[in-house]
Design a protein around this ligand. Structure first.
Ligand SMILES: Cc1cc2nc3c(=O)[nH]c(=O)nc-3n(C[C@H](O)[C@H](O)[C@H](O)COP(=O)(O)OP(=O)(O)OC[C@H]3O[C@@H](n4cnc5c(N)ncnc54)[C@H](O)[C@@H]3O)c2cc1C
Length: 221
């Protein structure tokens, strides 16, 4: 058990960061000072971004502002981008403030590299994407324009190295783009609404989990 006042700083307010903060608070009680620093003010339930494209979800409905639920657990939330880590001094720095830590958790996610595939990506490329809210909203509007024009083809795919299980209402799809192992591109689909209902339940459970620190469910894999 750490000494009272041990400072834990967590960079990232998404799946990794918020779960780490809740788990550490449960494990350590109030003995530790836990601070979550994230450049996004909200937790975003990414698995529902494809529903934003379909117009089935308002982006606000799949986001949870983090300050209040974290504060209820005595976890400080700082909305800022971390610009520098100094492991020797044990500090992280945002534009205005330096935060000292005894223990640091880094859960800052992935940085996308659209430039790795010429033509890929919504900025400067020819494809839409669904990694962020603004990308999903851009894809939703582009889809609406394409459907209104009633012409052209819509191609749905995955970039190399990506695999994705997608729920399209009455059909579940699996895409995999393996850069090395043949067959390199795999697409499978299964008819039925089961994936849709599973996904609905998962969304509701997970958003409640972030709002109220519900216990995690482990399925054993
Ligand atoms: C459309 C879509 C659907 C998905 N569906 C599924 C699914 O069904 N099942 C599944 O298991 N996974 C799914 N994923 C993958 C899942 O979203 C990621 O694995 C997950 O989000 C990774 O969580 P993370 O906490 O590591 O980082 P991220 O979710 O990437 O979050 C990064 C966090 O770090 C913060 N951050 C980044 N840089 C800084 C900085 N410099 N300073 C401060 N804060 C910073 C951000 O604000 C954010 O809070 C999906 C992803 C997408 C895009």
């Amino acid at each position: 058990m750490p000494q009272a006042g041990t400072k834990i700083v967590i960079v990232g307010g998404s799946f990794g960061g918020v779960n780490a903060a809740y788990a550490l608070r449960r494990k350590l009680g109030r003995s530790a000072e836990i601070t979550v620093i994230a450049k996004d003010q909200e937790f975003l339930f990414t698995p529902s971004l494809p529903w934003v494209i379909m117009g089935w979800r308002d982006p606000a409905r799949i986001q949870v502002p983090l300050a209040e639920p974290l504060a209820r657990r005595g976890i400080r939330f700082v909305h800022a981008a971390v610009e520098e880590l100094d492991a020797a001094k044990g500090t992280v720095r945002t534009a205005n403030t330096r935060f000292p830590y005894d223990h640091l958790v880094i859960s800052a996610g992935a940085e996308l590299d659209y430039a790795a595939v010429p033509g890929l990506g919504p900025a400067g490329g020819f494809t839409r994407s669904t990694f962020t809210v603004s990308e999903a909203v851009g894809a939703r509007d582009a889809l609406a324009r394409a459907l209104a024009a009633e012409r052209g083809r819509i191609v749905i795919g995955a970039a190399p190295g990506v695999s994705c299980i997608a729920d399209a209402g009455d059909t579940a799809y699996y895409f995999s783009a393996d850069p090395f192992l043949p067959p390199r591109n795999k697409v499978a689909h299964k008819k039925g609404k089961w994936a849709h209902y599973l996904k609905l339940a998962f969304e509701k459970y997970y958003l409640a989990r972030i709002r109220h620190d519900w216990p995690s469910v482990h399925f054993g894999w």
